[in-house]
Design a binder for this molecule. Structure first.
Ligand SMILES: *Cc1c(COP(=O)(O)O)cnc(C)c1O
Length: 468
């Protein structure tokens, strides 16, 4: 018998077969030829491996067209794409932290072409990208001046480089934290060209500890880092920001407060425990305050520094500022986000992060029941369960958000169901709890509960004979 591989059609024959023309109109001849070569290689493997499900089609051009079509569509799925977050973790760092408001999205879309990023439209001359957002940040925090850079870690590097280059920065041993992703405060400070002057002990640091190193000239700046991602209890003590500001002003050394979390409204509006805010740090006299744009502020990834005009100006002129510079689309999204805070009565309903955090249990339960109803209508049985989510993004450690979820087993087990939901379109990410898949409704955006239900029903109905 002749080698079946000799019956595989040539690439030229496949390119002129019915169905190839439509693909070429879409993806171009070169990509289609490449996809056919992949299909041919798969056929050779199938023949070598005695895989009859494919090798039975060795001469059939429609098999190659179908395979090439699948290869081409897999290739156009973007690497970075929208995901539905059903984890119940609001600021999920792996899922891109804060989901943006409609206002931010619109501003980002409309400035993504040309914009007046560095152009003064009234005067017709060059402007500064650092002028945007400044007035809003002044109004919202009470600071004299503001600077926006790429992210809060960058803001920290820039601040330390500006106040401590070649000099010492005093930091409490209780605040030498890892801010996430393996980045630690001591290393960030060292890399910014400043040297770390550790004061106090892990659990207790008094203002006198700072004063000693400032007085003897070891430290020429003070950094206070908010313990945003861990809690310390028991025999503890820390110097207040007001104490540090007092030391700073008596010895003429700047005090930088790294807050990280970026909460802009009173925490009780969200039903959350008190969390320090930039407004309070500015009022207490901090020279510079650092917050993140995509944590509790609910905006795009950005590092916001507010503070004393002279210090902010030095940061703006620091060459590192150029390396950390913020993108136009980010600035537009941040400005639109900040503008929403001017209306405190509506800000919670407009910024998705805040709206999700503020959602009450009754409303969450109603959404979970609606999803369950849609699943049952699609023939999928599930339970509505109470669950616990988190704020996430390294904020509010130890605080659990009581929430509601639908919980179910898949036709081939919860892990397989979770996998199918993650790899479909759009991907849905839930959590496995005790061998069942839990889909927390708190983190769903408007309309997404219907998409989630449809995806689950689709997974169940496409798994054929395995359905119990
Ligand atoms: C999160 C955090 C940072 C880093 O913020 P990014 O915007 O993620 O770079 C820095 N400092 C503190 C205290 C934080 O909580």
């Amino acid at each position: 018998m002749s080698d079946p591989r000799s019956r595989i059609p040539s690439i030229d024959a496949l390119l002129s077969s019915p169905g190839a023309a439509a693909m070429m109109a879409d993806a171009g001849r070169e990509q289609v030829a490449k996809a056919f070569r992949t299909a041919v290689a798969e056929m050779r493997d199938a023949i070598a491996g005695d895989d009859e499900s494919a090798s039975g089609f060795v001469e059939d051009p429609t098999w190659y067209v179908r395979r090439a079509g699948a290869v081409l569509s897999a290739a156009v799925v973007p690497s970075l794409r929208r995901v539905i977050n059903a984890t119940g973790v609001v600021l999920h760092t792996n899922l891109g932290r804060a989901p943006l408001s409609d206002e931010a999205l619109e501003a980002m879309r409309s400035t993504a072409t040309y914009s007046n990023l560095e152009f003064d439209l009234a005067a017709g001359v060059r402007g500064s990208r650092y002028a945007h957002c400044v007035q809003l940040l002044r109004d919202l925090t009470g600071a004299d001046d503001a600077l926006v850079v790429n992210n809060a870690a960058g803001a920290l590097v820039l601040s330390m480089s500006t106040v401590g280059m070649g000099q010492g920065v005093a930091v409490s041993r209780g605040e030498l934290v890892e801010i996430g992703g393996g980045f630690r405060i001591p290393e960030v400070i060292e890399r910014s060209g400043a040297s770390l002057v550790e004061v106090g002990s892990t659990n207790r640091t008094r203002s006198g500890d700072y004063e000693a190193v400032v007085e003897n000239g070891e430290a020429t700046a003070i950094l206070k880092v908010h313990r945003s991602n861990f809690r310390m209890t028991g025999f503890t003590e820390q110097a207040s920001l007001a104490d540090l500001v007092d030391i700073g002003s008596r010895h003429d050394v700047p005090v930088v407060h790294d807050l990280g979390s970026g909460l802009m409204i009173p925490a009780d509006t969200l039903g959350l425990p008190e969390e320090p805010r930039a407004t309070a740090s500015i009022a207490a006299g901090a020279d510079a305050v650092i917050v993140s744009g995509d944590k509790l502020m609910g905006g795009p990834q950005a590092g916001v520094i507010v503070g004393r005009a002279e210090l902010i100006d030095r940061m703006r002129k620091n060459p590192l500022c150029r390396a950390l510079r913020v993108d136009k689309v980010t600035l537009a999204g941040l400005e639109a986000t900040l503008r929403l805070y001017l209306d405190p009565e509506r800000v919670v309903s407009r910024i998705p992060t805040l709206r999700m955090l503020a959602m009450g249990e009754d409303a969450l339960r109603a959404v979970a029941e609606e999803v369950a109803g849609m699943l049952e209508a699609g023939g999928v049985s599930c339970d509505v369960v109470s669950t616990r989510g988190a704020v996430g993004g390294g904020t509010y450690p130890g605080v659990e958000l009581p929430s509601w979820a639908v919980e179910l087993d898949g036709p081939k087990g919860a892990q397989a169901l979770a996998g199918a939901l993650r790899t479909g379109a759009p991907p849905v990410v839930g959590r496995i709890v005790e061998d069942r898949l839990r889909l927390d409704v708190r983190t769903l955006l408007p309309g997404e509960h219907e998409v989630v239900a449809a995806r689950v029903v689709e997974v169940f109905s496409s798994s054929g004979p395995d359905i119990p």
